[in-house]
Design a protein. Sequence first.
Length: 99
Amino acid sequence: MAGASRPRPLAAHEVDGRLPSIPGWSREGKELVLTNRFESFAAAIACVNRVAAEAESMDHHPDMLISFRNVTFRLSSHDAGGITDRDFRLAARITAVLS
């Protein structure tokens, strides 16, 4: 997008202060991270597909690692070099999908 400003990365203390708003998530360096265990592999894949649709609608894509019934989500705004408001918005949407 021409003229669009790059998102501002949040300082570590800002991230830590906002973590309670997304239960289960943690900060690992410059990423927000959540691992969720599902009842089956099929349930894990179904969730990944729902998260993919949310991420696509936001044009903000998480790293997702599928390991049988476990899915780990990692969020970071690479264009900003760290965690931004966008990552918190996507984390909240992922949390809603998991509910």
